[in-house]
Design a protein around this ligand. Structure first.
Ligand SMILES: NC(=O)c1ccc[n+]([C@@H]2O[C@H](COP(=O)([O-])OP(=O)(O)OC[C@H]3O[C@@H](n4cnc5c(N)ncnc54)[C@H](OP(=O)(O)O)[C@@H]3O)[C@@H](O)[C@H]2O)c1
Length: 282
């Protein structure tokens, strides 16, 4: 099947990855819908959403196995992101966790390996493990998740810390805090943000203003929330969908261009931050 080209985001390495990807949190938790989850990811791949975000945490490893099934026969088309849990993020623990993830993903490399959030381990130890994993080809790039500016500054002060390729953080209409600090900080250093929970796990979908904008575009509220995040061309966005209809809708959100009026209405309903505030997590 011919894949329609998706807009891409350039990583600091120069490699381009699709701007719109697929999340997998809550996948692998219920064996009765396993087939649906695999089918949804496969449809997403057919539609060009070849960036898949997973983690050892999701479904206790089951989500990674679902990803493995979904990418069978087309691994080379995909850009797989996975994450090490903070409690495993010592030097030896990170390497062991990565080996377990590789086995569940049934692959010889993870394209981007992230520290899921900061824990008690020394950041330098995790970084050393990432570098060792890169040298042996087990991961292609490394990055972080849920890192605020202070964490990023600490990371960048470590040897090799500035080779971090992305920071995956919460970002949607209702969670705009990064606009007043972390987002410009990362932009200045050409570190692309990967925005997670772009539709706030469904909690914003009945909003009155969002509904009004959606009606004007003959779109759904989820599509408007995605189009709003996707208008920032240097940001990757990773909605999770198990429903095939949702997968199709999400792909089509890339075709929506929000007007100045749309953006102004959305700004009034979901105001941008007035000043720096701590990073929110889910
Ligand atoms: N790094 C981190 O700490 C972190 C934290 C949270 C999330 N993430 C990543 O980001 C991904 C996305 O975030 P998320 O899963 O928290 O939330 P999300 O993508 O904002 O929302 C997922 C929910 O929205 C529904 N949905 C998807 N498309 C829809 C559409 N077009 N219309 C209506 N409903 C729709 C899904 O339903 P169905 O499944 O029924 O289709 C699911 O219930 C995760 O899966 C994970 O990979 C990372």
């Amino acid at each position: 099947m011919i894949q329609p080209a998706l807009p891409t985001v350039k990583l600091p390495s120069g490699e381009a990855v699709p701007q719109l990807g697929q999340g997998t949190w809550r996948m692998g938790e219920n064996s009765r819908i396993r087939k649906d989850e695999i089918a949804a990811l496969k449809l997403g791949l057919d539609l060009g959403m070849t960036l898949i975000d997973t983690a050892e945490m999701y479904g206790n490893g089951n989500a990674e196995e679902i990803v493995a099934e979904a990418v069978t026969g087309r691994r080379d088309e995909c850009f797989i992101v996975s994450k090490v849990l903070p409690e495993n993020s010592t030097r030896a623990g990170t390497i062991a966790a990565c080996e377990r993830s590789l086995k569940r993903l049934n692959t010889d490399r993870i394209d981007l390996y992230l520290l899921h959030w900061r824990g008690a381990s020394a950041l330098g130890d995790t970084l050393e493990a990432f570098q060792a994993l890169r040298e042996r080809g087990a991961i292609r790039y490394w990055g972080v998740s849920n890192f605020d500016i202070g964490d990023m500054e600490e990371l960048f002060a470590l040897p090799g810390g500035s080779t971090c390729i992305s920071n995956q953080v919460l970002y949607n209409l209702r969670r705009r805090g990064i606009e007043a600090g972390l987002l410009p900080w990362c932009r200045e250093r050409s570190i692309p943000i990967m925005g997670y929970s772009p539709i706030e796990q469904g909690r914003i979908l009945r909003d009155r203003v969002l509904t009004g904008v959606a009606l004007r575009h003959r779109a759904t509220t989820a599509q408007i929330a995605l189009a709003w995040a996707l208008r920032q061309k240097d940001m990757m966005v990773i909605p999770k969908a198990t429903s095939l209809e949702h997968v199709r809708e999400n792909r089509a959100a890339l075709d929506i261009v929000l007007s100045g009026q749309d953006l102004a209405e959305l700004d009034r309903a979901f105001p941008p931050p007035k000043g720096p505030r701590p990073l929110e997590l889910l």
